[in-house]
Each structure stands twice: as C-alpha cells, then as structure tokens.
Design a protein. Structure first.
Length: 406
C-alpha cells in the first residue's frame, strides 16, 4: 500500500473515532432529558429519512467536484458544527429541536463526506490491492467502533455531552489537516464546479441507467440487498433479542457482541497479512457457505434446551465468531469487485444507489422480521431466514458468479 492510502485511512480513523465517541452520547442525552424511547426513535427516523432523500444528490456532487477538497471541507464544517454545539451545551441551551436540527445537518455533511471518501479511495490504490485496502478500512472502522462507545459512555457519565462534542470537533479538524497531505490530481474534464448548475436529475438518471445496463453492478447490488435482508438485520437489529428471549442475561449479550467484533477484526487482519488471492471464486463460495451455515447452526443451538447455560453460550459464541469472520471476507470481495466495475465519473452516485437499495432491503427486513419474531419466536425466525438465504446463494448467487469476474 502507498503513502497516500495510509494518510487517507489515518484521516478516516481520526474522524471515525471522534464520531463513535459522540454517537453514543446523543441517545443517552435524549433519554436523560426526556426519558422517552419514542422521542429517540423519532430523531433516528428523521435522520434516516433525510439520508435516503439526499444521498443520490450528494453522490452527484461527489462525482462532479474535487473529492479531496470535499473531504477536507466537510471535515472542517463537521468540526465547526461540533464545537458550536459544544458551546451550546456548555451554556445549557440544548433542546430537542436544536438537537434534531444539528443531527440532520451533521447527517447531511457526513453523507457528503462518505460519498466523496469512498469514491476517492479506489483512485489512491492500485486495482489489484483493492481487497487489502477494504480490509484495512474494515479494520480501522472496527477498532474505532469498539473503543469509541466505551470511552464515549465513560466521558458522558462524568463530563456530559459537551466534552464528547468537543473531542469530536477536534478530531474532525485533525482529520481535515491530515487529508491536506493526500496527493491527488483532480480531473476536471466535463465536470461542473458550480453545484447550482449541476443537472441533478439528469446525472442521477444517467447513473441509474448505467447501473441497470451493467450485469456486474446489478449482480453486486442484488447480493448486497439479499445480505441486508437475510443477514445484516437479523444480526444487527435483533441480536440482543435472540439472547434475551432465550433467558440469557445482559452481560452475555455484551460478551457475544465483543466476540462478533473480534471475528471481523481477525478476518480483516488475516486478509491484510496473508499473501493469498482472496478475490477468487473459491474464497467467495467458501465465505458465503460457511457464514450462512454458521447462522443456521446458531439458530439450531438456540433452540436446544441445555442444562449448562455457559456451554450453550460458548457454542453460540463460536457460531457468531465464525459468522462474523467469513461475512467480513465475503463483503470485502463483493465491495472490491463493485468498485472495480464503476467508472470513476459515476462512482459516488452509483455507490449511493447501492446504499439506498440496501436501506430499503433492511427496512423491509425489519418490518417482516418483527412480525415473524412476534408470532413464531427467534428460533423459527433464524432458521427460516438461514435456510432461505442458503437456498438463494446456492441457486442464484453462485451460478451467476462469473458475472463478477467479467
């Protein structure tokens, strides 16, 4: 990997770490101020809807303007927003409308940063090193997501939200300074610098049409939607529910969460340091098969009535570790193939389309899964999703793998 890439991930880690510290603070703050999960859900819903609406337009902006400058400017803007909010919190002037307005604006800026950042990364590394690049990205994201919430909770408990905002603001500004050091040549051919003159609807339509015409992109988007519906939501949204419904205490949930994170970390580290071509059909098939079977075994174990609770938990944790390990490797393969298939001038907006389809799939999974869990319970839910998913990958995803290599 080259110096440019290391500077890039250093900047992303710095801002990501600050973000992960702050992200735990606002739910705690809203609960402390209003004591209502409904209000917290309202704030989350407003932010999600905002992201869904604006993401395609921000993808167009990231495809037209200098991506390095966008990253720097959005980091500076995010830093200033955090510092202003830290001052507002210091003066004890926070209210729900102010919090929601801040979170919506911050979501807008962060989404633009993400669009520019992920579109820039393939321009900084060689094509053959994209798999390792995504492994590095996953590694630093996991490190910040593990350490940030722990530190954030401690700081919030003793010092309040203002300190979290102050730290996040400083981290964004440090990230901006780091990104200045990236050597990047901006290709201005055919691009409109004035964002008011950009033909957004036409650009979005062009990107959408290109995506529909590309078998490779449609394949990756389909795989991402299937994973979002059958795997990502069950693991991320209902993970704690699976354990609680089956009589496990909260500390078991915390340990199991750490086990999954460890699986992802070790998986990313192995891809980085093992000199092997992970971007091939064998790695692809093995990864998908093992993490789908481990999910099914998790459901089967959950349904078995064991006298020894600790032994049962150890088996469940092993299933989750294996699931996280191989889910990471399969995602790295799919993501690197996706980036290779995108023309540079459309990379951000097509990436936005993919993210939108994943959000829609996750929303449908939450709705459908909620009904299934309430009526049939977690074991039936997991086994239903697991076996249907296994059927889909065997008879839909694997037979069409050659599209990914085209």
């Amino acid at each position: 990997m080259n110096k440019n890439f290391y500077i890039y991930i250093a900047g992303r880690f710095t801002s990501g770490f600050g973000d992960s510290i702050q992200i735990i603070g606002f739910p705690l703050l809203i609960l402390d101020l209003y004591g209502s999960a409904k209000i917290m859900a309202l704030a989350t819903t407003v932010i999600m809807i905002t992201e869904i609406i604006i993401r395609p337009f921000l993808g167009v902006i990231a495809d037209n303007l200098n991506r390095k400058k966008l990253m720097i400017n959005t980091d500076i803007l995010s830093g200033l927003l955090c510092l202003i909010m830290a001052f507002v919190a210091y003066k004890d002037m926070l209210s729900l409308p102010i919090i929601i307005i801040y979170l919506v604006i911050q979501s807008f800026v962060s989404t633009l940063f993400d669009s520019a950042s992920y579109a820039l990364m393939p321009e900084l590394v060689e094509d053959k090193k994209l798999v390792k690049a995504y492994s590095y990205m996953t590694l630093i994201n996991n490190i910040s997501s593990i350490s940030g919430p722990i530190i954030g909770t401690m700081l919030y408990s003793f010092l309040g939200i203002k300190i979290l905002l102050l730290i996040n603001g400083i981290s964004f500004l440090i990230s901006a300074v780091t990104e200045i050091l990236i050597k990047y040549t901006y290709n201005k051919n055919g691009k409109t610098k004035n964002i008011l003159k950009i033909k957004y609807i036409k650009k979005i339509k062009d990107g959408f049409v290109y995506m529909l015409k590309s078998k490779k992109i449609k394949y990756v988007v389909s795989v991402s939607m299937i994973n979002s519906f059958f795997i990502i939501i069950p693991i991320s949204q209902y993970f704690a529910f699976f354990f609680k419904e089956n009589g496990f205490e909260n500390y078991y949930v915390g340990i199991a969460s750490s086990v999954m994170t460890a699986g992802s970390l070790i998986g990313a580290t192995m891809i980085i340091f093992i000199k092997k071509n992970f971007n091939n059909k064998k790695s692809f098939v093995v990864s998908f098969i093992i993490f789908s079977i481990s999910f099914i075994l998790f459901g089967i174990t959950l349904g078995i009535n064991m006298q020894n609770e600790l032994f049962k938990f150890i088996i469940l944790s092993i299933c989750l570790f294996i699931n996280s390990f191989f889910m990471l490797s399969s995602n790295v393969i799919v993501n690197s193939a996706f980036q290779r298939s995108l023309p540079n001038e459309m990379r951000a907006r097509i990436g936005s389309f993919r993210y939108l389809t994943m959000q829609i799939a996750m929303l449908l999974s939450v709705i459908f899964g909620g009904f299934l869990l309430d009526s049939k319970g977690s074991v039936v839910y997991i086994l239903s999703f697991g076996f249907i998913y296994l059927f889909i990958i065997l008879f839909f995803i694997f037979p069409r793998y050659k599209v990914l290599q085209s």
